[in-house]
Design a protein around this ligand. Structure first.
Ligand SMILES: [Zn+2]
Length: 237
């Protein structure tokens, strides 16, 4: 199966990045969020092929606070989140935050999951490299779970994701990517629930998977909602 077929099989609806950001922007606008009164906050992988999404978000929302770590894990923690929140405009006595949280996976022209080409390099490359390395450790049966201070993000990634994988089960890269998406969303939501004062702030959480195709990047949306005046509303993208 080639790229299009694989994309459709595993990701029911996928938008190009520009379409995705435009759709989320206009949907959130009807809930009171705009580039004038909100700060966008991005949690994606460090990979350079992921950064086009942050650029588009910056373009639409004016700026984008960067919470990113390897694989798009949320390791900036409460301190990182507080910093982003404190940078929000204050409009009508309210702060507004828009969170974009998306791990990523590549699909090449032949439909191979995890595989991509990179400018100036021969042969196949992998995305997400951090998740792929973890998957290789899992399938190899030798998992190093120590906290290596010279490899902090990868050490934390392994420990955090392992908590969500049933004992003895070895997910493939696609399943691991979808597990990561749920983990990142959950961890941001946990931090938000701990920190945010909903009487003074409205916020939106958009989570999904960024997909690198042979020509473009795409986004599959897993979850999109806003909390406005302390009420949570699901948002159709
Ligand atoms: Zn990555």
């Amino acid at each position: 199966m080639e790229f299009e077929g694989v994309l459709k099989k595993y990701f029911d609806v996928a938008y190009t990045e520009i379409e995705f950001v435009k759709r989320t922007y206009s949907a959130l606008k009807t809930h009171g969020f705009s580039d004038e009164n909100s700060i966008a906050v991005v949690c994606i992988c460090r990979d350079e092929i992921s950064q086009s999404l942050r650029s588009i978000i910056k373009h639409m929302w004016g700026e984008a606070f960067n919470l990113s770590s390897l694989a798009g894990m949320f390791f900036a923690g409460q301190t990182g989140l507080m910093a982003a929140m404190h940078h929000s405009p204050v409009a009508g006595g309210k702060e507004r935050y828009v969170f974009y949280a998306l791990p990523h996976i590549a699909i090449d022209a032949e439909g191979h999951l995890g595989s991509c080409k990179r400018a100036g390099r021969e042969g196949e490359s992998t995305a997400c490299g951090a998740l792929n390395a973890f998957q290789k450790e899992l399938s190899g049966g030798h998992l190093n779970l120590s906290i290596d201070e010279s490899d902090l993000e990868q050490s934390l990634l392994k420990r955090r994701l392992l908590r969500e994988i049933p004992y003895g089960h070895v997910p493939d890269l696609l399943e691991l990517t979808k597990i990561t998406q749920k983990v990142v969303q959950k961890d941001i939501e946990y931090a938000l629930n701990t920190i945010v004062d909903r009487r003074k702030s409205d916020y939106a959480v958009i989570s999904g998977v960024q997909i690198h195709g042979p020509e473009h990047n795409y986004v599959w949306v897993a979850s999109c909602y806003a909390v406005v005046n302390e009420v949570m509303e699901k948002i159709e993208v």
